[in-house]
Write a protein that binds this ligand. Structure first.
Ligand SMILES: *[C@@H]1O[C@H](CO)[C@@H](O)[C@H](O)[C@H]1NC(C)=O
Ligand SMILES: *[C@@H]1O[C@H](CO)[C@@H](O)[C@H](O)[C@H]1NC(C)=O
Ligand SMILES: *[C@@H]1O[C@H](CO)[C@@H](O)[C@H](O)[C@H]1NC(C)=O
Ligand SMILES: *[C@@H]1O[C@H](CO)[C@@H](O)[C@H](O)[C@H]1NC(C)=O
Ligand SMILES: *[C@@H]1O[C@H](CO)[C@@H](O)[C@H](O)[C@H]1NC(C)=O
Ligand SMILES: *[C@@H]1O[C@H](CO)[C@@H](O)[C@H](O)[C@H]1NC(C)=O
Ligand SMILES: *[C@@H]1O[C@H](CO)[C@@H](O)[C@H](O)[C@H]1NC(C)=O
Ligand SMILES: *[C@@H]1O[C@H](CO)[C@@H](O)[C@H](O)[C@H]1NC(C)=O
Length: 523
């Protein structure tokens, strides 16, 4: 069924395009009767190239007159074009162009940014190149154009950005390098770009960001590094980004967030770290983020959070911790931001963790009662915990190396004398005699270490029945809530919305059809 509909749509599109193209070709035939253009490239009007062997054809909106077009859409085909090909000089015929795009056809090739053409386009505001094979973006590739505001170079197989690749562009606000193969962000690649607001590296292969790489992009508001190969962030990785509002680091391979990583980001409001391999977070990892409103740590491997993690981010009102391996989230953890989680627009998302049912989760009951956020209520309603038979801490002596790294992060749990169910599952505890049997797990002299843990919905367990591990009572009991009638709310996240170019996938087909028609009419 779907196939048939798709087939019909395909036929309709083809038909529409054939129609359109035949009109264009008729127009072209009329033009051919005009006095013959001088050859030699330079004098050619790029909006009116009738030479069938030309490797670049442009369609200019509204006008074909010389020196009058503002928008040109160009196709590149017939194999590669030498950098000094005369075709680039033909762009001198349309110096008023403001919007220029290059779509590289399957049989075409464009291995560089056509700087030679850009030189003539002093009014250019926007350039978009797609499907090229531009391995290197070279120094001053955009010809120091003063009016240029956005550059989009998605899907061009770019591997390397040379020093000054993007330089001296006083009005540039957006640089989009989505879906390339960039491996590294070096220093001074982005240079003298005083208005650059948004930089997009989504879907590249970046594993290394040089310290100071962003020192020259001090007005950047949004940096998108989603879906790359980043493992380490260092203390000076983000130096210079004092105005950054949103940092997207989702879908990388970060596993250790060290202290002061984001310390330079005084204005950051939104930090997305979902879908990494985060296991370790330094207590001071988020220090300095005084403006942070939204933090996403979902889909990581966090087993516990350092007790004072959120003390440096007291403005946080949206926190996503879903799909981690958290055993506990204590009142101490959440206390610094608890009041922010009560207004309607706040968010606390906690599903899919490994919480142990104990009194450290008690605050969830209180928050459920107090928050006005429907998202938070719904999330709290579905948080589950495991009724795990506690195993005494002496068992840990036997598990030294596996657990060693966790100890510094899990002090609280260890002190509580409660075991961690997943650790127990991962490590075969063989020396069962060292275990002190728990009531109810004793069977004819041997001990069942892990009973199949039972999942319970936290909020369905009456809070007063949640067992308290020894030593933790003092810090985990939530005090009686004082309802603050005026909670200062400043939750709106002024994020710089980025329009997903979802239609991008449909384009190759469209061009293929278009060009098969073109080819048909030319032959
Ligand atoms: C250029 O375009 C403007 C309108 O955009 C028009 O008024 C003018 O006549 C055109 N000039 C030439 C030489 O075609
Ligand atoms: C750039 O844009 C401004 C304002 O639209 C215009 O006056 C100027 O001629 C354009 N070209 C250059 C080279 O600045
Ligand atoms: C751009 O400006 C820099 C510095 O003024 C200069 O060195 C470079 O040659 C210029 N490049 C182009 C392509 O105009
Ligand atoms: C680009 O920036 C220059 C200042 O460097 C300014 O004079 C010019 O008008 C700007 N052009 C636009 C279109 O904003
Ligand atoms: C990404 O880079 C790594 C080296 O850092 C390389 O091994 C890998 O093949 C690259 N992946 C792609 C898809 O190019
Ligand atoms: C995490 O990074 C810090 C600082 O570089 C280092 O001291 C610590 O050992 C790292 N932890 C792990 C588990 O790699
Ligand atoms: C939450 O509210 C319900 C009824 O509104 C009340 O019975 C319960 O005691 C409250 N729980 C807490 C922890 O405040
Ligand atoms: C745990 O024990 C089971 C059965 O005794 C064995 O099959 C498995 O390989 C062991 N796993 C590890 C990680 O030692």
């Amino acid at each position: 069924m779907e196939r048939r509909i798709a087939g019909i749509i395909y036929v309709l599109i083809t038909f529409a395009l054939v129609n359109e193209m035949s009109i264009n070709v008729q127009a072209k035939d009329n033009n051919k009767r005009r006095p013959k253009e001088k050859t030699g490239g330079f004098q050619k009007n790029i909006c009116d190239v009738s030479d069938r062997d030309s490797k670049v054809h442009c369609y200019c909106e509204n006008t074909r007159e010389p020196r009058n077009a503002t928008k040109a859409e160009c196709w590149v085909f017939n194999g590669g074009i030498p950098r000094d090909d005369l075709i680039w000089q033909s762009f001198a015929s349309q110096p008023t162009l403001q919007t220029l795009s290059f779509n590289v056809r399957v049989d075409g090739a464009l291995g560089y940014v056509p700087t030679k053409a850009l030189h003539f386009l002093k009014n250019l505001r926007s350039i978009n190149i797609r499907y090229g094979n531009i391995a290197d973006v070279t120094s001053f590739a955009f010809a120091n154009l003063t009016n240029l505001t956005d550059i989009t170079l998605s899907q061009n197989q770019i591997e390397n950005l040379q020093q000054y690749a993007f330089a001296h562009l006083p009005n540039i606000t957006l640089i989009n390098l989505e879906e390339n193969m960039i491996l590294e962000i070096g220093t001074e690649v982005f240079f003298d770009l005083p208005k650059l607001h948004k930089l997009v590296f989504t879907k590249n292969n970046i594993s290394s960001i040089r310290d100071g790489a962003f020192l020259q992009t001090f007005n950047l508001l949004e940096l998108d590094l989603n879906k790359n190969n980043i493992i380490h962030l260092r203390r000076h990785t983000f130096d210079g980004l004092a105005n950054l509002r949103k940092l997207d680091l989702r879908r990388n391979r970060i596993y250790n967030l060290t202290e002061y990583t984001f310390a330079e980001l005084w204005n950051l409001q939104e930090l997305l770290l979902g879908k990494n391999d985060l296991k370790y977070i330094s207590e001071r990892a988020f220090d300095g983020l005084s403006q942070l409103r939204k933090l996403a740590l979902d889909d990581n491997k966090l087993a516990a959070l350092p007790a004072h993690l959120f003390e440096g981010v007291r403005g946080l009102s949206s926190l996503d911790l879903r799909s981690n391996e958290l055993h506990a989230l204590t009142y101490d953890n959440i206390k610094p931001i608890l009041d922010n989680l009560k207004p309607q627009s706040s968010n606390l998302l906690l599903e899919e963790n490994n919480f142990v049912c104990d009194c450290r989760l008690k605050w969830m009951h209180a928050l459920k009662n107090e928050t006005k956020s429907l998202n938070t209520k719904a999330s709290l309603d579905s948080v589950t915990c495991k009724m795990d038979p506690p195993i005494v801490s002496s068992a840990y002596n036997k598990m030294s190396d596996v657990i060693e790294n966790k100890i510094e992060f899990n002090q609280e749990i260890l002190h509580a004398g409660i075991t961690i169910e997943t650790l127990n599952d991962k490590m075969n505890v063989t020396d069962k005699n060292n275990m002190i049997p728990e009531s109810g797990t004793k069977e004819q002299g041997s001990v069942t270490v892990t009973k199949k843990a039972m999942k319970r919905t936290v909020l369905k367990i009456p809070p007063e029945t949640l067992p308290c591990p020894r030593d933790t009572k003092v810090t985990t009991e939530a005090p009686a809530f004082i309802i603050d009638p005026v909670i200062p709310v400043q939750n709106e996240m002024k994020t710089y919305r980025y329009q997903e170019i979802n239609s991008a996938n449909a384009l190759p087909l469209k061009f293929a059809v278009l060009w098969s028609c073109f080819a048909f009419f030319f032959t």
